[in-house]
Write a protein that binds this ligand. Structure first.
Ligand SMILES: Nc1ncnc2c1ncn2[C@@H]1O[C@H](COP(=O)(O)OP(=O)(O)OP(=O)(O)O)[C@@H](O)[C@H]1O
Length: 278
C-alpha cells in the first residue's frame, strides 16, 4: 500500500482492540445512490457509502443482499442502472487507466493461467501495472506471503489457501491505495486467516484503505473500522461495530435473537431477519 499525502486527522474511529487514524479529507471511494437491476429484479437499490483513506470498511449482508454486485460495479465490471462510483474524486465511469490502477482487486483462482509458475505469474501481473521487478524482488513478494519456497510451482499445484494468498499478493503488487476483497478469508485455516488480518491491519498503518465483504461477524469486529449492513440492496445500518451494538442493543428485533450480551451478529440478524435466503 502506498503512503498518501495530505493531512491526517484523528477522526476518533475506535476499533476493537485499539484506535486507528483515518484521513478526514476527500474519500478514497464514494458510492452514491447506486442502483443495479438484473431484469425486473433490483439487486442494489439506492446504496450510498464512502470510505476514507486508511479505513478498513466491511460490507455485510445476508446471501443475495447485493454485496458482490456492488463490488462488481466498483471494479468497473458492471455498469449501474443509475448512481455513481468515484475513486479519489474521479467518477469511475470516465476513469483513466491511472484511476483504475488505484484499485487492487483480488482475482478468483480461475482467472490465473494455471500452468504458469507463480513466479512467472507474478512477473506477468507486475508487468501489466508497468512494474519491472528484478527476480529478487519478485521472490521477496512471494516470500512475503509465505510462498518463497513455491516460486517454481505452477499455480494449479498450490493448495486453496496458497492460491488465495498468492491472489492477494498480486492484487497489491502495485501498492493500490484501495483494495477490494470479496470474502477474503473464506476457506482459510485459522492460521492463514489471522495472518491475513495482520496484513489487512498493516495496510492501514501505511494509509491504505480496504473494502471487504465477509459473512464473519468476528472478522468484521476484529478488523473493520466501520461496517455497512445491507439487505435487499439497501443500507440498513452504518457505523463502527461497537457503535452499531450500542445503537441497537435495545431494539426488540435484536433482543429477540441475542443469547446473552448483544453482539454485532445479533444486530446483523435482528436488522436483516432470521430467515435463510436463497
Ligand atoms: N448475473 C446475475 N443475473 C441475475 N441475477 C443476479 C446475478 N448476479 C446476482 N444476481 C441476483 O442479485 C441479487 C444480489 O446478488 P449478489 O451476488 O450481489 O449478493 P451477495 O450479497 O454478494 O450474496 P452472497 O453473500 O450470497 O455472495 C441476488 O438476488 C442474486 O440472485
Amino acid at each position: 500500500m502506498s503512503a498518501h499525502s495530505g493531512p491526517i486527522l484523528m477522526m476518533g474511529f475506535r476499533r476493537h482492540g485499539g484506535s486507528s487514524v483515518v484521513d478526514a479529507g476527500q474519500p478514497i471511494l464514494e458510492v452514491r445512490d447506486l442502483v443495479v437491476r438484473y431484469g425486473s429484479q433490483t439487486a442494489v437499490d439506492g446504496l450510498s457509502f464512502s470510505i476514507q483513506r486508511g479505513e478498513i470498511f466491511g460490507l455485510l449482508g445476508p446471501n443475495g443482499a447485493g454485496k458482490t454486485t456492488t463490488l462488481s460495479v466498483i471494479e468497473g465490471l458492471r455498469k449501474p442502472d443509475s448512481g455513481s462510483v468515484s475513486v479519489d474524486g474521479a467518477k469511475f465511469a470516465h476513469a483513466s487507466l491511472a484511476v483504475r490502477a488505484k484499485l487492487g482487486v483480488q482475482l478468483q483462482a480461475s482467472s490465473f493461467q494455471s500452468e504458469l509458475t507463480i513466479e512467472q505469474l507474478t512477473r506477468l501481473y507486475a508487468g501489466l501495472y508497468g512494474l519491472d521487478l528484478p527476480r529478487r524482488a519478485l521472490r521477496e513478494r512471494l516470500a512475503d506471503v509465505g510462498l518463497g519456497q513455491e516460486a517454481d510451482k505452477p499455480f494449479k499445484k498450490l493448495s486453496g489457501g496458497q492460491q488465495q494468498r498468492f491472489s492477494l499478493m498480486v492484487a497489491t503488487i502495485h501498492d493500490p491505495p484501495i483494495l477490494l476483497l470479496d470474502e477474503p478469508t473464506s476457506g482459510l485455516d485459522p492460521q492463514s486467516r489471522r495472518q491475513l488480518w495482520d496484513r489487512i491491519e498493516g495496510s492501514r498503518g501505511k494509509g491504505g484503505s480496504i473494502l471487504l465483504t465477509t459473512h464473519s461477524m468476528e472478522e468484521a469486529q476484529a478488523v473493520c473500522d466501520r461496517v455497512a449492513i445491507i439487505d435487499h440492496g439497501r443500507l440498513q445500518a452504518l457505523g463502527a461495530p461497537r457503535e452499531l451494538v450500542a445503537m441497537h442493543r435495545d431494539d426488540p428485533r435484536v433482543l429477540a435473537v441475542a443469547r446473552g450480551d448483544v453482539t454485532l451478529e445479533d444486530v446483523f440478524i435482528g436488522l436483516t431477519g432470521s430467515a435463510i435466503r436463497d
